[in-house]
Write a protein that binds this ligand. Structure first.
Ligand code: SF4
Length: 426
């Protein structure tokens, strides 16, 4: 069968789609990027905001229009929360909930799927994979009042460490340069297995027992970092990037969100991270217009976020999610106000991102080259990332993809840094 896999939403959804691709291929099926060639569509959906559910619906409709003969299987958080809405979208033949997702390939093909295959990856024309998202846990035991994820994904469950190590060894053998550990609540890795510092132990084991050139941690709740966690960065293979979702810089708003942090704790954590890893890139998520967020709370939040000097923000206007405590709160904020607050924070984010990147102009850093964004008369437009997550590009006569090479940072414009790769031509 020819299978076309699509997703909306987070890195966890991406990691699940990547794993399904490997499982389908291991069983002799073909993954195709051409929707009109596919026999099966699999769509891994998201429901984190109203926008996410609407993008998920739009994607399913587009696929059905592109190829009415293909069967569409829908999984993920939207399918979990609102199966009755998904059911009536034209073309949907099967819905698989988040628990059943782990065996989705088996359910479609009728054959048990390996948790991953051991064959080298030959991706015949598909994007060259340089960075792999490795799912290490699912679910969350927190109770943030805006969040639908706990309803969609259930309680925290960690994958056995040995499984993860095997998967990373496989990725390494297949030529991947970077593994990104992902989870709904990554910092809780191991808690259900009785390890309070499970993520630290997992990262140490990966560094000790595999030779993957780069290890990156995706989003980590600020209350989950144990004392001594930053010692991980003594190993230069650990990417100097922390994404610490703050959600609001106002203690009053954080309380209503039931976030287990406040200004004092968060700023102490950021200071500790910067002291231990001086060039670390720290980014965050912010929700604007949470129910009851007054102008004074927003101003307090803005001032705190500005003081934290983040290297980038993901800004989300609050979106009412059915079944959550926040949806039932009073004093919902008007859309125009949310729009205005978002614009102010996005401008702050852009400035912070530029300031962070410009600090490093004139210095040389290893870059993992990830893809080609185009071809010019002078050569290929190579795009990649430093380990501290500065997006870089250069025009070079060669395709540099999937190599880690030193590059001199030259000039920052429009979210990207121009660099000069330092390559000895032999
Ligand atoms: S930590 Fe909070 S925001 Fe994150 S998944 Fe859990 S409940 Fe949702």
């Amino acid at each position: 069968m020819k299978v076309h896999l699509r997703m909306t939403g987070c890195r966890l959804n991406q990691s699940e789609i990547d794993l399904m691709a490997r499982q389908f291929e291991a069983q002799g099926h073909q993954i195709t990027d051409e929707a009109d060639q596919a026999d099966w569509f699999v769509v891994n959906t998201c429901a984190v905001t109203q926008q996410a559910t609407s993008s998920s619906r739009k994607l399913i409709r587009e696929l059905h229009r592109a190829n009415q003969g293909a069967e569409i299987t829908v999984t993920g958080c939207y399918a979990q929360i609102s199966p009755e809405e998904v059911q009536v979208i034209p073309g949907v033949t099967r819905i698989i909930d988040n628990i059943g997702k782990d065996t989705l390939v088996e359910q479609l093909t009728g054959k048990p799927a390996e948790s991953f295959d051991y064959e080298p990856i030959s991706r015949d024309g598909r994007i060259s994979r340089t960075r792999a998202f490795v799912k290490v846990q699912d679910g969350c035991d927190n109770a943030c009042t805006f969040c639908v994820t706990t309803i969609a994904r259930g309680a925290g469950r960690s994958r056995p460490m040995q499984d993860i190590l095997d998967e990373i060894r496989y990725l390494e053998a297949a030529g991947y340069q970077e593994a990104v550990l992902t989870g709904v609540h990554l910092g809780s890795y191991g808690h259900d297995l009785g390890q309070s510092d499970g993520l630290f132990q997992l990262a140490q084991a990966i560094l000790r027992e595999t030779a993957i050139p780069r290890l990156r941690l995706s989003s980590l709740e600020p209350w989950d970092l144990s004392e001594g966690f930053f010692s991980l960065w003594q190993d230069p293979r650990v990417c100097r990037h922390l994404h610490l979702p703050l959600q609001s810089g106002s203690d009053r708003t954080l309380k209503r969100m039931l976030r287990r942090t406040n200004q004092a704790n968060f700023s102490a954590l950021v200071s500790a991270a910067r002291e231990a890893v001086p060039e670390i890139c720290i980014t965050t998520d912010v929700i604007v217009g949470f129910p009851g967020e007054t102008e004074s709370e927003f101003s307090e939040s803005y001032a705190f976020i500005e003081a934290m000097d983040f290297a980038g923000l993901h800004v989300f206007p609050y979106s009412k999610r059915p079944g959550t405590a926040a949806a039932r709160m009073r004093n919902h904020v008007r859309d125009e106000v949310k729009k205005d607050r978002s614009a102010r924070l996005i401008a702050l984010s852009k400035a912070g991102e530029g300031r962070f990147a410009q600090r490093f102009i004139g210095q040389t850093f290893p870059v993992l080259w990830e893809q080609i964004a185009g071809v010019t008369q002078e050569g290929f437009m190579n795009v990649g990332y430093t380990d501290h997550y500065i997006r870089v590009r250069c025009i070079h006569p060669r395709v540099l993809t999937n190599q880690i090479l030193p590059a001199l940072l030259l000039q920052y414009t429009d979210h990207q840094m121009q660099v000069l790769p330092m390559i000895e031509e032999g």
